[in-house]
Write a protein that binds this ligand. Sequence first.
Ligand code: PLP
Length: 385
Amino acid sequence: MTTFPEKGMSEEEVLNELEKRLSEDLTFDSGKILGSMCTYPHPLAQKIISLYIDRNLGDPGLHVGSRKIEEETVQMLGNLLHLNKAYGNIVSGGTEANILAVRAFRNIADVENPELILPESAHFSFLKASEMLKVKLVWAELNDDYSVNVRDVENKITDNTIGIVGIAGTTGLGVVDDIPALSDLAQDYGLPLHVDAAFGGFVIPFAKALGYDLPDFDFKLKGVQSITIDPHKMGMAPIPAGGIIFRKKKFIDAISVPAPYLAGGQIFQATITGTRPGANALAVWTLLKHLGFEGYKKIVKEAMELSRWFAGQIKTLNGAYLIREPMLNIVSFGTKELEKVEKELKMRGWGISAHRGYIRIVMMPHVKKIHLEEFLRDLKEILKV
Ligand code: PLP
């Protein structure tokens, strides 16, 4: 049994023990983590965290400057997503952002048996939203290319529908749904469209600027009412840092509750978490200012090129096949005896996982060509036996 320590250990002792215990963890700088949407945070962001670790955005009357910086960060993200005036928050991640969007849609719709239509490829955070908010999920089928079938979405609209979800960068394959068509549909039926760009939000704008042919996915499209965009994925910000951006104030108003007892006076809170890290929002602001559009474009360029190269390599392998051509910097492949291959790769220290019948490789900024070459050597050996 682990007991509560009677006496404290010295700093040195406890740090040593911790280091020993964490030797089991995979680290991003090892190059072995190929199946995560997180990465080693940018060094400047780490500095910001240690400088401003005490800031609490749950009580913005105390930390007025931090609140203004969060607001500015939301505006900058809104601007990246073609919105003049944005409403939202830097939150704990894509899960919270998606839950907030569903909550806003449900509260505004005010129907007795609310239903949300979403692609079969949607992230499991919507399962949590469904359970907590008592919103029924209505799954729309996928096309052969794994994008959502827009006709099926339309067929599933009823009087109970509170909104539609489209995905800009699916978790498994990095597919960008036909958001323009979903936006038209949403407008035709007077429904709000939420775009889950938790991953793609920090990829697509830069990839498009680099000439990659990707659909529009943001507030340029009139039906899009909210977007999840996570700085702690391709934004290189430290965990936790998600983003929820709304087109209109009414969505934030619909999920805001009064928070009366705070030291800084009464405010309204829309986030699920109360006390929440200011330092992470400050880190996001700092990175947007420091890297700028050009800086992120460079990061995305490398990641996109690497994913095309890797996809080409997979095609040359005997016993492995691409699930589909990559749209973003995610490449997923299947193999014969997938479970066995997964187990073998894990035994060789690779941080990957197989689900839905394939192995997903995410070309995050810490993933370099030499890591992928080493991975391919292992994969070839495993496939041979
Ligand atoms: N949405 C998408 C498309 C995702 O890929 C993920 C995570 O992988 C999430 C939402 C949830 O994000 P988080 O893990 O930050 O809560």
